[in-house]
Design a protein around this ligand. Structure first.
Ligand code: 13P
Ligand code: SF4
Length: 328
């Protein structure tokens, strides 16, 4: 690499060209990571790009399940996750054929959930209990869970996915909040799992009341991973990129953003005349923040950490992802 290249950003650009790579970043990534990415988006947008974009290497700045989905969709590309331990705790809340782990603490989660997760069920137990009922797996799941499911969904398309399925019932895993929200917005009976996102689960109705009192003219948006009693109180429920589009197209000037605070970087850049307030300042996903410019450089230098799914899991998991991507 030429010696005059000094800044981290310049090193990344040089590696990108040399290795025919693209950098994908989720909307929750650190500001400086979003700024060097080729594409920044929500889970659905990033999986569409991973499936179609020509390149040799995808550096996925997000969490493990996202890189795994990219590898499932594009097995011919090298998919690198700069931080090996950037995991989504929700994705670990359901296992194919084993009890789930007992959940009792998360980094940055001050108020532990008041309920206990009975660890005795597996996905196969639920499928046995409801034979023939289609399983919809949120993309925030591991590859082996996707492989056992009929179709995937993201927060951007969950209503369309559920409505596309035959019958009156669906099993939705693993996020109980997303499941309750989709039941409210479709005519289906949803059999839900009791997983959750610790970043969104912490939001309470009091937070909404407080935010509205502080900013009475602001429009309140929230991600469907928030609790149903919170979603009932807000003005707009949608995915991360859905919030961005809404903020851009709306005539309102002020917005309360009910999701991980990383999304506000794009919102502010793309809407300099509008004001964005976090619903809670502590809506920070510690796993999304693990990736730094330094870890991206290391990922390029060492071509690590390679995310690759074994073929016997990849093929059925791809079927579930492809079915989702076919839905317009
Ligand atoms: P989106 O699909 O809305 O980007 O959300 C992903 C996620 O991890 C939310 O916590
Ligand atoms: Fe997982 Fe929540 Fe982090 Fe999204 S914000 S990656 S659901 S822990």
């Amino acid at each position: 690499m030429p010696s005059e290249i000094t800044s981290l950003q310049e090193q990344i650009q040089a590696f990108k060209q040399q290795k025919r790579a693209i950098i994908l970043a989720h909307n929750y990534q650190r500001d400086e990571v979003q700024d060097i990415a080729d594409f920044v988006g929500d889970s659905l947008e990033l999986s569409r790009i991973a499936a179609t974009k020509e390149c040799e290497i995808i550096v996925f700045c997000g969490v493990h399940f996202m890189a795994e989905s990219a590898s499932i969709l594009s097995p011919g590309k090298k998919v690198l996750l700069p931080e090996e331990n950037a995991l989504c705790p929700m994705a670990d809340m359901i296992r194919v054929d084993a009890p789930r782990p007992v959940i009792n603490s998360f980094p940055g989660f001050d108020t532990p959930p008041s309920y206990v997760y009975p660890p005795e069920f597996s996905l196969r137990d639920i499928k046995r209990k409801y034979p023939g009922v289609p399983v919809v797996a949120y993309v925030n799941t591991t590859a082996d869970i996707k492989a056992e499911s009929d179709i995937c969904c993201t927060s951007a398309n969950v209503v369309k996915v559920v409505e596309s399925l035959p019958g009156e019932q669906v099993i939705c895993i693993p996020d109980k909040n997303l499941s309750m929200w989709v039941e409210r917005n479709t005519n289906k009976k949803v059999i839900a799992w009791d997983g959750f996102c610790h970043v969104h689960e912490r939001v309470t109705p009091d937070d909404i009341r407080k935010a509205r009192a502080e900013h009475p003219d602001a429009v309140v948006m929230a991600h469907p991973e928030c609790r149903i009693e919170v979603l009932e109180m807000v003005d707009h429920v949608t995915s991360t990129s859905g919030m961005l589009r809404f903020a851009t197209s709306s005539n309102a000037k002020e917005f309360i953003v009910g999701t991980e605070i990383g999304l506000m970087h794009r919102m502010r850049n793309e809407n300099p005349d509008k004001i964005f307030y976090p619903l809670r300042k502590d809506m920070i996903c510690p796993n999304m923040k693990k990736t730094t410019l330094q870890s991206i450089i290391r990922a390029f230098r060492e071509e690590s950490h390679l995310v690759k799914v074994p073929e016997h899991i990849r093929v059925p998991a791809k079927r579930a992802l492809d079915r989702m991507l076919e839905i317009k």
